[in-house]
Design a protein around this ligand. Sequence first.
Ligand code: 6GU
Length: 228
Amino acid sequence: MRLDLVSIFPDYFAPLQLSLVGKAIAAGTVGLGVHDLRRWTHDRHHTVDDTPYGGGAGMVMKPEPWGAALDELCTPETTLVVPSPSGDRFRQPDAYALAEAGHLVFACGRYEGIDARVVQHARARMTVRELSLGDYVLNGGEVAALVMIEAIVRLLPGVIGNPESLTEESHSQGHDGLLEYPVFTKPPSWRGLDVPEVLFSGHHARIAEWRREQAIELTRRRRPDLLG
Ligand code: 6GU
């Protein structure tokens, strides 16, 4: 997979060199390009924003630098991801769908957002997903892009050592969209707290049943919206 990230703060993406995503880049599973939007400005001050038509607080990102950046980086095969608090909610199925793409470009806006004509223009030329992490406001799309990239890249073939761990986790298909059951390791007793007896039984069916009960109970308590 090829990933191109456009931002006025390219340094935000330094952590992508760490851990699992960093290894995927080093191994060539992911090709990464990080681009400073100001490269596509031509004035002396490298201006990327201006006041909003219609008035109101804050600044809006100008369309010209974004248009030039996307013209250079995108093809009709690109999926353009635009992190935005007013986008569709990013969920695990979106991570799976985006992991199938050959080329993702993340357009990370700041201020009150990007002039709406940029997405309008791109929609006629490629697949565009405007995506939000949830119901809170970040200062820009960079941190949201980091979150989405981690969720996507870990699904690529060969990135996670044991692919079975993907099907056993919260929000996965193999777990029926339930939250994950609690997990334990040695020692069997720690600070007066004991690991549930059933996990020592070696009885795989009973363990699976206990884990499913725990997952359903946890989901009912914390995320009833996930239950049918
Ligand atoms: Cl994707 N962007 C910003 N700026 N704020 C957010 C968000 C995205 N998702 C939740 N809040």
